[in-house]
Design a protein around this ligand. Structure first.
Ligand code: KMH
Ligand code: ZN
Length: 302
């Protein structure tokens, strides 16, 4: 089997500081968590920014620039900047930082969808579910807008013009067909790095059969021009990403996707999750790719 890429998604835009004291918020915390993750074995760092004043997701390029150069200077990991930002941000805001930073990689979300606050599930200790209040009190209906025009625009602005390659975020089977559409139009070229996303309410659920089905259809659509990775929300993180490693895929962990290191125990930093999945995949006989090996595998500009 080929080498395995560990992506670490350091902070994201979904979890709130009230959910864990260990969620990195400031530039220093994001830098330290990113470096720790790289030292623990992360090949790719998937990055969002936050406003250090209040911990809210931020699209301000200044907030990104407060940590990107430091991380770049202190480690050789591949830097991947989110173009998803948060579901409430307008597209131009989401693209402001990646346009300025011109990273090797960016995320690209492959469809418009509902996006419910999945961490709510981990907060529920009493499983008598209250259907009057299915989500956290302060959550609201979120529509994560990623139309075909939005996607084509991102591909052009960050891919064509700035040489970024993409982590194609596929939350559903339909997103694979959307990606195939862009391949057929010649707007996307392999090798593709497809992130199968499980457990976001609005996307596919964390059932193992969904992973085998996604892989089967991706094999049919993209043949040997793609590799896949898996991320799964909350308590589904480790089981699903382990299954990916078994099936020959790559893995993504990090506090963006889950705040926990084991049942009921908060991860103290991103490195803990990276170290855990590294142990698991090495026990399974996989070898973790270095950043330069990933650059070669995914045809990154370096
Ligand atoms: N938050 C994840 C479910 C993005 O940044 O573009 C997907 C994600 C999206 O990482
Ligand atoms: Zn993200």
């Amino acid at each position: 089997m080929s080498k395995i890429i560990i992506t670490c998604a350091v902070t994201g835009s979904i979890h709130t500081p009230s959910m864990s004291p260990h969620l990195p918020i400031t530039a220093q915390q994001i830098t330290d968590n990113a470096i720790g993750a790289a030292e623990a074995g992360a090949t790719i760092l998937h990055l969002h920014a936050r406003d250090p004043e209040n911990g809210r997701p931020s699209a301000d390029p200044a907030h990104f620039m407060a940590f990107l150069p430091q991380i770049k200077q202190r480690c050789g990991a591949v830097l991947n900047i989110s173009t998803g930002g948060s579901a409430t941000m307008p597209l131009e805001d989401r693209l402001a930082a990646p346009k300025q930073a011109e990273p090797e990689m960016c995320s690209l979300n492959m469809g418009t969808m509902n996006f419910a606050l999945f961490p709510a599930v981990d907060k529920i200790t009493d499983w008598k579910f209250d259907w009057e209040k299915p989500f956290l009190e302060d959550s609201e209906d979120l529509v994560f807008k990623n139309t075909p025009r939005d996607m084509a625009y991102i591909l052009h602005e960050l891919g064509e013009k700035r040489g970024a390659r993409f982590e194609f975020e596929c939350y559903d089977l339909s997103h694979l067909y959307m990606l195939k559409h862009f391949v057929d139009r010649g707007l996307v070229r392999g090798p593709l790095f497809i992130q199968f996303v499980f457990g976001v309410l609005g996307g596919m659920g964390p059932d193992p059969e969904n992973l085998t089905h996604m892989k089967m259809i991706a094999d049919r659509l993209f043949g040997d021009t793609y590799t896949f990775s898996v991320l799964a929300a909350g308590r589904h993180q480790m089981p699903l990403v382990t299954m990916s490693a078994i099936l020959g895929g790559h893995v993504r962990v990090g506090l963006e996707d889950s705040l926990m290191i084991s049942r009921g125990v908060l991860a103290r930093n991103n490195a803990e999750q990276v170290a855990k999945i590294r142990r698991i995949v090495e026990d399974l006989g996989r070898t973790v790719a270095t950043a330069d090996e990933a650059r070669e595998m995914l045809h990154l500009k370096g």
